[in-house]
Design a protein. Structure first.
Length: 259
């Protein structure tokens, strides 16, 4: 892969690192970066052995400083509409990906950068990350899912406080509020440690467990339990389910093949 691509993929077999790679613009989300994210999500979907993806940002200053405000200035209102649609498509592709995405966030995590991380399944923040949704201070609103995903993640009252004030907050606050799962000085190492745990799971189990949670969340309990059974049903015929049982009986580590 071209190391100057706006989004790079480091392939480690069962795990990839997908990296926003516009550090000179603090990895802001312009058209090329958004297209790169869409391509990465598409490639990920087609890999059978892949289980976990760490989504990170190049450079020491920012995971992502949000929308590319310089590019935005050059776009007409119609072009802005098209771009926001593409950004939402890319974000949704990550959110609905059959793989487990872990956002490893550091430095500035602002606006669309935070919204992007909310599409991941898990978030690990560097101790000194500065996080926020400043959109209302810029005359817009969080338009890449922030007004919808943040309340679902941390509750309406907390989300409104962050969205309506546009305040920047620390990694420690993010942990306390439930925005991130873990905080560490070395956020990528911590994300890899989390990926180690995820990669112990069988690929189809991970995919179906993610679907069970995500699509069941907005259902009432009865419908949610029926949905969970439907997801379980997808696992019953798999070789990996039998391998899990055999490995347990033989007191060895299972070797999953994603079938
Ligand atoms: N879009 C486009 N370019 C951006 C950008 C963005 N969102 N954020 C930063 N950049 C550019 C800067 O313009 C600067 O370019 P220059 O070197 O040509 O002047 C370069 O990235 C470095 O930015 P700088 O502010 O010097 O870096 P920093 O490390 O001191 O601060 C931020 C980083 C992210 C805290 C600061 O740039 C910032 O507040 N950016 C705006 C973030 C924002 O409000 N995003 C929400 C969008 S909805």
């Amino acid at each position: 892969m071209d190391p100057s691509s706006p989004v790079t993929i480091e392939d480690h077999g069962e795990r990839w690192v997908v990296r926003l790679n516009r550090p000179e613009r603090r990895n802001a989300l312009g058209r090329a970066v958004v297209q790169g994210l869409l391509d990465a999500a598409d490639q990920a979907q087609r890999s059978r052995s892949l289980r976990a993806i760490i989504l990170s940002g190049a450079g020491e200053h920012a995971f992502c400083a949000g929308a590319d405000l310089k590019e935005r200035q050059t776009l007409s209102p119609d072009e802005v509409r098209v771009f926001v649609g593409q950004m939402n498509a890319a974000f949704r592709a990550i959110e609905t990906s059959p793989k487990v995405w872990i956002a490893a966030i550091h430095g500035a995590v602002l606006g669309g950068g935070l919204e992007l991380s909310l599409c991941a399944d898990l978030r690990v923040a560097q101790t000194n990350a500065i996080i926020g949704l400043p959109e209302v201070r810029l005359g817009i609103l969080p338009g890449a899912g922030g007004t919808q995903r943040l309340p679902r993640l941390i509750g309406i009252a907390r989300a409104k406080e962050l969205i309506l004030t546009g305040m920047r907050f620390s990694a420690a606050d993010a942990l306390r509020l439930g925005v991130v799962n873990r905080v560490a000085d070395d956020h990528e190492a911590a994300a890899h440690a989390l990926a180690d745990e995820v990669c112990r799971g069988a690929p189809i189990s991970l995919t179906q467990a993610k679907r069970a949670v995500d699509l069941g969340y907005d259902l009432d309990l009865e419908a949610g339990l029926a949905w969970e059974r439907a997801c379980y049903e997808m696992i019953i015929p798999t070789k990996d389910r039998l391998e899990g049982l055999a490995a347990f009986a033989e007191k060895r580590t299972p070797v999953y093949i994603g079938e």
